[in-house]
Design a protein around this ligand. Structure first.
Ligand SMILES: C=C(C[SeH])C(=O)N1CCC[C@H]1C(=O)O
Ligand SMILES: [Zn+2]
Length: 596
């Protein structure tokens, strides 16, 4: 009878959880070894372990799906079985599974090891993305140099295209074996909502006016500096925005600052002046979490993380990442940290992942993930929103507290956050729009690049510095595309993090919608254990409940919505509208003149 089966199921799932923890630990160790030291030996070991864990996972799955779990009376037991019933890519026959994993590793290796030649010194051809190329894109104000690195990086990573086609084919085959019509369904499954894509589109529509105002203003300022290479009414040339993918514009703050006369502290140079190094940046991030009564980093974190790029000549994946080794003790970050404000924010972002790992570590394995993937990306950013407030930067001595706070300096700092958060939104939205289109068979391999630029020009309002054609494969210039990492999570994060921030600020007494002296953008939740304790309660749930249940614990809301973000940036939106009107700036953009 069913009761006996449920009792048996409860014992069974405990065993499966313990087996999974060991498997995940073994797989993560091999994956870390390869990602932090790319050699043929480490790749083969990594693939070997992945193959073994896939086989064991499939064997478990065959047993798990024997249970009549859909009719279990215990909701939690049913939820655990439901999550275990999704096998993922291990559903592929072994040789296809291996081919898929090898294809992804090959793409990732192309990206991680690509080198280009310097623009000025043509014989220097050992520039890697981090820190060299990112450094040039961030600080060069020579459009020819910027164009050179932009084109060369894409020329080198475009070789991933044939691998990407193979990856799409095998990923879709795996999805179909999991009863999804394409990989899109598998990627969206954990959002537990049949209207999620529609909801995201609605939110983007609400955010577009704010983005268009920022875009128009930034285009005006770039045109003032660079002249006619910046079209008055066209998309913004992507190589001029301080970021290889034009996804964050924080590095052109010097060109675009609303009140340039007001002394704007360059936090990066202040960090360098004060002798910051990577360890100090991460120790300060940890101190912020601990001030909220959240957990400190365990000993193994400091022993085993890689916080600066090793200089022993090895090749490694430099893209920042946080790692859970599923043994309650081993948690690591790998980040090729530079002493910059941007990397200080990223340190908080990555530590937010570790904090989530720590908070839900007592949950069953299947629940040791974010309530949805966007939540996992949001935790660290919520902390960084407080850290980047003028109030906090003064508190930690990165801004001289003698500098008076006035309307102009306040707007300057709100604008700086906007260059990171508002500029990102269309990019966060279009990345998976493009990949869903491919998985769903609406975008063919011949159209990969022109469809990419169709979205980049029409949704993001940026254009390539030179014509593009179907030999190019510009999406491979972005880490997540070559590493099989979904991207919708970041759009979700950039929306929900402001709902979380607003709730935490209320709890901290730092924000009151009725008190103009306590606007949301000036909130710093530092040292608020009230806020921290509530955040911890949400994080401890992991994926044990649906994400609306988790969100409700912290915010009282059950829906993802743009209200938090729009409230945070309201003063900036008003200022941008007035400024654009004063400048007679064209809002929006005409189609690109480039051939794409
Ligand atoms: C820092 C990480 C590792 Se989860 C990252 O990939 N992010 C963080 C912000 C958006 C996205 C990106 O770099 O594209
Ligand atoms: Zn992240």
């Amino acid at each position: 009878p069913l009761e006996d089966e449920e009792i048996r199921a409860r014992a069974y799932i405990k065993l499966v959880n313990d087996r999974m923890a060991l498997r995940y630990n073994r797989e993560t160790i091999a994956s870390w070894k390869y990602a932090s030291n790319i050699t043929a030996k480490n790749l083969n070991e990594h693939l070997q372990v992945t193959k073994e864990t896939a086989k064991e996972t499939k064997d478990d799955w065959l047993q798990t799906t024997q249970f009549n779990w859909r009719s279990f009376s215990d909701d939690d037991l049913r939820r655990q079985f439901e999550k275990l019933s999704i096998l993922g890519s291990s559903a592929l026959p072994e040789e296809k599974f291996l081919k898929l994993k090898k294809t992804i590793s090959d793409m990732e290796t192309i990206y991680a090891t690509a080198k280009i030649c310097d623009y000025k010194n043509k014989t220097k051809c050992d520039l890697s993305l981090e820190p060299d190329i990112v450094g040039i894109i961030r600080s060069s104000r020579d459009p020819e140099e910027l164009k050179h690195v932009w084109i060369e990086w894409r020329r080198k990573t475009a070789s991933a295209k044939p691998f990407f086609q193979e990856y799409v084919k095998l990923s879709n085959e795996a999805a179909v074996l999991n009863n999804f019509s394409s990989n899109t369904g598998l990627w969206l499954y954990d959002y537990e909502s049949s209207t999620f894509v529609h909801d995201v589109e609605e939110i983007w529509k609400q955010l577009k006016p704010l983005y268009h105002q920022l875009h128009a203003y930034v285009r005006t300022k770039l045109r003032n500096l660079y002249g006619n290479i910046v079209p008055e009414k066209g998309p913004i040339p992507a190589h001029l925005l301080g970021n290889m993918w034009a996804q964050s514009w924080v590095n052109v703050i010097d060109i675009t600052l609303p009140y340039p006369s007001v002394k704007h502290v360059d936090v990066t140079s202040e960090m360098v002046k004060q002798g910051y190094d990577a360890i100090k940046m991460f120790k300060m991030a940890e101190e912020f979490f601990v001030s909220l009564n959240l957990k400190e980093m365990p000993p193994k974190f400091w022993e085993r993380s890689i916080l600066v790029k090793p200089n022993d000549g090895r090749e490694l994946v430099c893209h920042a990442s946080a790692w859970d080794f599923y043994d309650h003790k081993d948690f690591r970050i790998k980040q090729c940290t530079r002493v910059t404000y941007e990397d200080f924010v990223t340190a908080h972002h990555e530590m937010g992942h570790i904090q989530y790992f720590l908070q839900y570590s007592d949950q069953p394995i299947v629940y040791r993930q974010g309530a949805n993937d966007g939540f996992h990306e949001a935790v660290g950013d919520v902390m960084a929103l407080s850290v980047s407030s003028t109030k906090h930067l003064k508190e930690i001595g990165l801004i001289d507290s003698k500098i008076p706070d006035n309307h102009a300096s306040d707007l300057n700092s709100l604008f700086k956050v906007g260059l990171e958060k508002i500029a990102f939104l269309p990019f966060g939205y279009l990345m998976d729009r493009w990949r869903w289109g491919i998985f769903d068979g609406n975008i063919s391999a011949d159209d990969y690049n022109c469809k990419w630029w169709d979205y980049r020009t029409n949704i993001q309002g940026v254009e390539p510095p030179v014509d593009r054609n179907d030999e190019d494969f510009d999406p491979a210039a972005k880490y997540h595309i070559v590493s099989d990492v979904p991207y919708l999570r970041y759009f979700v994060s950039f929306v929900v993090q402001f709902q979380f921030h607003r709730a935490a600020c209320k709890l901290a007494g730092e924000y009151d919608p009725k008190d103009p002296a306590k606007p949301l953008h000036r909130c710093d939740i530092y040292r608020s254990t009230t806020a921290g304790n509530r955040i911890a309660k949400m994080l401890q749930m992991g994926a044990s409940r649906s994400w609306p249940d988790a969100m409700e614990v912290l915010t009282g809301q059950r829906k993802m919505d743009a209200s938090g973000l729009l409230e945070y940036f309201r003063p900036l939106y008003i200022w941008l509208e007035a400024e654009n009107k004063k400048n007679g700036a064209y809002i929006g953009w005409e189609s690109t003149q480039r051939s794409i």
